[in-house]
Design a protein around this ligand. Structure first.
Ligand code: LRH
Ligand code: MN
Ligand code: MN
Length: 430
C-alpha cells in the first residue's frame, strides 16, 4: 500500500503520547463503568465508523466570491486522492472518497480505481453536476437542468447523470447523489408544478439507469443559486421525490441546506421513520449554506442528529443504512486539517450519542419529565470522549493527534514543491 506519511513519523508521534492516552482512557473507562457503559464496546463501534471525504473539499477556496489558493493545491484527481489518503491514514475515519463529475476529470477509470486501492481508499457516492456549464457543453443550464423547459436540455442533464453512474460502476461506487440548482429568481418566472413534473420525469430516467444494488440520493437545498424558488427546496419535496421514484431512491440531508433554526434532527427522525433517509453531507453553518467545518458552530446540533441515528441503530429501524459524507469547502485553513477535524467531530458526535442512557431517556419521556430528558442527553454530550477516539485511531494505525502529526510530517510543504501554485480565480456556487 502506498503511504503518504511515513509509518515511522506516526509511530514516533504516538510513542510520545501513548502513556498519557492510556491513563486518560483508563480513567474514562472507570467513569463510564460507573454509568454501566463498557468503554471497549463504544471504542469498537467508533473504530467501525467511517465518513466519506468529498474530493472537492481538499482544494481551498470554494466560496462564492473569490478563490485564495493555498500552497500545494491538488492539480487533479490523483493529487486529490493522495490528500484524501493522508486524512484516512491519520484519522482512520475516512475510508472512502466521494467524487464530483466533471470537477474530477476521469479519463482512465481503471487507473483511478487502482490508485484508490493502492492508497487504501474506496469510492462512495458519485455526485453529478448540472448546476454549472462546462466548456464546450452544447446546451446551457442557465435556466435549469433536470427541470428545464427545454426537453433537449433535460436530456443532456439526464445523460450526464447516467455517465456518472457508469463511471461509478467501474469504481465500485454504489450510489449517485443528485443536487440541482434549478429554480427561479422572480415570481412568475416558472410554474412550480410544471417544473417539478419535468424534474420527476427526468429523474425517473436517471432512476431507470441505476444498477440493482445502487441507490440514488436526492439532495434538497432551500435556496441558492435561485433566490425566489428552488425546485428541490426542502425535505417535503425531497420525500415526495423519493416516494415517486421508488425503493432505490432516498433523501440526502446536507446540514447547511435549511433555514436557520430548522430542527434538522427532527427531519432526520421523520425520514428514518418512513424509510427514506439516504445519507448526509455534514458541515456547519451560521447563516446559510456556509460549508464550514463540521461541528465548528453548533456541535450540540450534530450530537442531536447522531442521537437520532443511534436511536434508529439500536432499534434496528428497517432499511436504515445512511451514507455519511462531509461537504465543506472554504478559504482560511489547510483543507486536509479541516477535513481531519470534521471527520473527528462526526466520530465524536457518534461516540457521545452511543453514551446516551436510552432506557432512562425513554422512562423520562413516558413520565413527561422534560428536565431529566434533556439532562440525560446533556450528560452524554458533556462527556469528553477524546480518549476513545484517539485509542480507536492508534489501534488501527492512525495518529493520536492527527493535526499535530500532519504538521510534523511536513506534508503540505513537500507537496507544495511538487505541485505548481494554482492561480486565484472567481468563486463558484459550491
Ligand atoms: C450544493 C452542494 C451539493 C453540491 C456540493 C458541491 O450546495 O451542497 O452537495 O454537490 O454543494
Ligand atoms: Mn451538499
Ligand atoms: Mn451545499
Amino acid at each position: 500500500m502506498t503511504k503518504m506519511i511515513a509509518d515511522s513519523t506516526i509511530e514516533q508521534h504516538n510513542g510520545e503520547r501513548l502513556d498519557t492516552l492510556r491513563a486518560d482512557y483508563t480513567r474514562l473507562g472507570e467513569q463510564l463503568a460507573r454509568r454501566g457503559i463498557d468503554i471497549e464496546t463504544v471504542k469498537d463501534r467508533v473504530a467501525g465508523y467511517g465518513v466519506a471525504v468529498p474530493s472537492w473539499g481538499v482544494g481551498t477556496g470554494g466560496t462564492r466570491f473569490a478563490r485564495f489558493p493555498g500552497q500545494g493545491e491538488p492539480r487533479h484527481i490523483f493529487d486529490k486522492l493522495e490528500d484524501c489518503s493522508v486524512i484516512q491514514q491519520l484519522t482512520r475515519a475516512t475510508p472512502t472518497v466521494s467524487l464530483h463529475i466533471p470537477w474530477d476529470k476521469v479519463s482512465d477509470v481503471a487507473e483511478l480505481r487502482e490508485r484508490g486501492n493502492a492508497l487504501g481508499l474506496g469510492f462512495d457516492a458519485m455526485n453529478s453536476n448540472t448546476f454549472q456549464d462546462q466548456p464546450g457543453q452544447p446546451l446551457s443550464y442557465k435556466y435549469g437542468s433536470l427541470s428545464h423547459s427545454d426537453a433537449a436540455t433535460r436530456s443532456q442533464a439526464v445523460e450526464h447523470n447516467i455517465e456518472c453512474i457508469e463511471i461509478g460502476k467501474q469504481l465500485g461506487s454504489r450510489a449517485l447523489t443528485v443536487w440541482i440548482g434549478d429554480g427561479s429568481n422572480f415570481p412568475g418566472q416558472s410554474n412550480f408544478t410544471r417544473s417539478f413534473e419535468r424534474y420527476l420525469e427526468a429523474m425517473k430516467q436517471v432512476y431507470a439507469a441505476l444498477p440493482d444494488d445502487w441507490r440514488v440520493f436526492t439532495e434538497h437545498k432551500m435556496f441558492e443559486p435561485a433566490f425566489y424558488s428552488t425546485v428541490v427546496q426542502d425535505w417535503g419535496s425531497n420525500y415526495l421525490i423519493a416516494k415517486e421514484l421508488g425503493p432505490k431512491a432516498f433523501c440526502l440531508v446536507d446540514l447547511g441546506h435549511h433555514a436557520p433554526n430548522t430542527n434538522i434532527e427532527m427531519i432526520v427522525a421523520r425520514l428514518i421513520q418512513f424509510g427514506k433517509l439516504g445519507g448526509f453531507h455534514f458541515n456547519d453553518s451560521k447563516y446559510g449554506d456556509d460549508d464550514l467545518d463540521t461541528g465548528s458552530i453548533d456541535p450540540y446540533r450534530l450530537f442531536l442528529v447522531f442521537n437520532e441515528l443511534v436511536d434508529a441503530e439500536v432499534r434496528n429501524a428497517p432499511g436504515f443504512e445512511p451514507a455519511h459524507m462531509l461537504d465543506q469547502s472554504h478559504n482560511v485553513t489547510d483543507p486536509i486539517e479541516s477535513l481531519m477535524v470534521s471527520a473527528m467531530e462526526v466520530a465524536r458526535a457518534y461516540a457521545q450519542a452511543l453514551l446516551v442512557d436510552r432506557k432512562a431517556l425513554a422512562g423520562y419521556q413516558e413520565a413527561n419529565d422534560a428536565l431529566m430528558g434533556s439532562e440525560t442527553l446533556k450528560v452524554a454530550f458533556r462527556t469528553d470522549v477524546e480518549p476513545i477516539l484517539a485509542m480507536a485511531r492508534v489501534e488501527s494505525g492512525g495518529a493520536i493527534a492527527p493535526v499535530d502529526c500532519y504538521r510534523t510530517a511536513g506534508y503540505r510543504t513537500r507537496v507544495a514543491s511538487e505541485r505548481p501554485a494554482a492561480t486565484a480565480g472567481g468563486g463558484g456556487i459550491v
